[in-house]
Design a binder for this molecule. Sequence first.
Ligand code: COA
Length: 150
Amino acid sequence: MVVRPIIIRMLTHEDADQIIELERLCFDYPLGERTIRTYLKTLDHISLGAFHEKQLVGLVLGVVEYDSLHIVMVAVHPLYRRQGIASTLLKKTESLALARNIKKFTLEVDVSNSSAIRLYRELGYKATKIIERYYENGNDAFLMIKCITQ
Ligand SMILES: CC(C)(COP(=O)(O)OP(=O)(O)OC[C@H]1O[C@@H](n2cnc3c(N)ncnc32)[C@H](O)[C@@H]1OP(=O)(O)O)[C@@H](O)C(=O)NCCC(=O)NCCS
């Protein structure tokens, strides 16, 4: 097994180009450049990237909405999947949010995206409702929520 040195750090608007590139690689219907730049520049967000030799290979973008964190994107480069990068990023994002007393996490996931649904379930997210025709291609989404009680 190859052990890759992965560095995890906060993402800022200066990382926008790499974020946009990774998003294009990972999604058929990306949020797009303008939306991502707006999130990073103008919204209160908690976002982490995983870097391998300065290349962004994984990310979590979370936007603070009152007392909760809305996870708007989770993506890992195809060559770096199944190595625990997404779960590590989500757990670290959670810790950063908890330090700000944010204990509720929400996200939408395509009902057909079984790998992502499994990832979120393993981390304690529960599907609470179906949002019909949420995606551009007409697919439905699960709204998944995690609340930390402590
Ligand atoms: C979904 C995604 C973020 C997972 O990233 P990852 O770094 O490979 O995930 P992890 O290695 O942390 O996986 C953790 C667990 O999630 C589940 N999982 C992740 N990918 C899976 C797959 N392809 N098939 C089945 N289960 C999977 C497994 O339970 C896995 O644990 P295991 O490897 O010990 O079995 C990645 O596949 C991706 O970027 N996909 C395209 C974009 C996307 O769909 N994002 C989510 C949109 S809501």
